[in-house]
Design a protein around this ligand. Sequence first.
Ligand code: UDP
Length: 462
Amino acid sequence: MDKITQSPSHVLIFPFPAQGHVNSMLKLTELLLLAGLDVTFLISANDHNRLSSYTTVHSRFSIYPGFKFHVINGLYDGPMNTGQNLSLMMADSLPKVATPLLRNLLLDSHVTCLIADGIMGFALDAAQGTGVPVLFFRTISVCAFWAYFCIPKLIEFGELPFEGTNMDEPILNVKGMEGFLRRRDLPNCLSNQALQQISSITCRTPEAHALILNTFDDLEGPILSQIQKHCSNIYTIGPLHAQLKARTLSKSAFSNSLFQEDKTCIGWLDQQVPKSVLYVSFGSITTLTRDQLIEFWHGLVNSGKPFLWVIRDDLVSNTGENKVPSELEEGTKERGYIVGWAPQEDVLAHPSVCAFLTHNGWNSTLESIVEGIPMVSWPFFADQQVNSRFVEAVWKLGLDMKDTCDRKIVEKIVKEVMEVRKMEFTESALRMANLAKKSVNEGGSSYSNFNRLIEDIKMMDV
Ligand code: UDP
């Protein structure tokens, strides 16, 4: 055996620079390191600084001599909550800065394979001719991936762009979703241009050596079988955060937050009645108008349920004004607790939490599923529209508010999930949680698929 084959396989990991992407790809990194592989993780200077300030990532990873961050300067790190920003980031600033850098790394370092965020199609071009296999990792659900993949077909059959305004019109050309997918459930990427970009990048997936997905077969098996017709080499290894906990026998979460967590909310949760609290968070990118914030606020206070609400400094888009309206001060003080950023995995695992009002970002959705917490869905953009439809219509894990944001509806749906149909939703959420846990423990599908991934990466060096 020569020297190269004796050294551990070396994986280059490149996430899209946003919270949900960095988080799940760091979880994957930690799993690869545990399995004995070396990893270089490409990260923007801004995200690197934030991880250093707000997490223990550096000390956690310092036990692995084969790990290093490779910091990239000059990447766009502004907001991504408009179609224009998203579009520019994907088509221009990201590929321009990252392509030459990636190419040099692939040519100069001993790299076994590149695991690139599947939203970055340019990674395939950068790797061309280097002989290094590119594996795509998608941070979204299989159901959303498949909807993006089918967009050219929807255009071909005249289902996109819409004619007419009936958003309840059924969509017929996303195989496996006939019967419940409506216009309003299609991915909405804030502009047609951004939607087309994400769709065409998704359609390049079969060019990658393999596709890694943060999901589990019992959750998304039927739609997965549609994708398998186009991509033969798929590894479903999620929920990653649960797989990491299972393999390390850890009870607490491995935080990869780009925001400072306010842990005082755990003390507040400790004082609440078991299974009584609504946790409210819209993730790291979603924005609300001041009017929407007020509607949510009234609905939450009027529901009469205790609530823990994450209001990021930049949550309100138009005025930036996120203070409590005077007429709601008393109700908020009595039943509410507000933080700028929460230790979400620990919050969802807390016995006081009963339900989650969420934008259905895929990380949040999986975190809720693993803890058996029913959901009230209010999707903002991208994959979230499809996820929320699956939450209600397929998995029966909660109710989907979709495009409505009215205080009466918020109040009604919160009561429906936490009171009227509490038993029904809690039971189905617990059933799904058990399946999720089974998948990441020894003998489970995600556990076995992860082992197969490691063996296949090692074989690339031989
Ligand atoms: N998150 C958190 N604290 C918060 C809100 C969110 O730790 O107060 C984490 C959450 O646990 C999840 C991630 O941020 O892992 C958000 O990712 P997701 O895919 O749900 O949504 P995105 O932010 O990409 O829209």
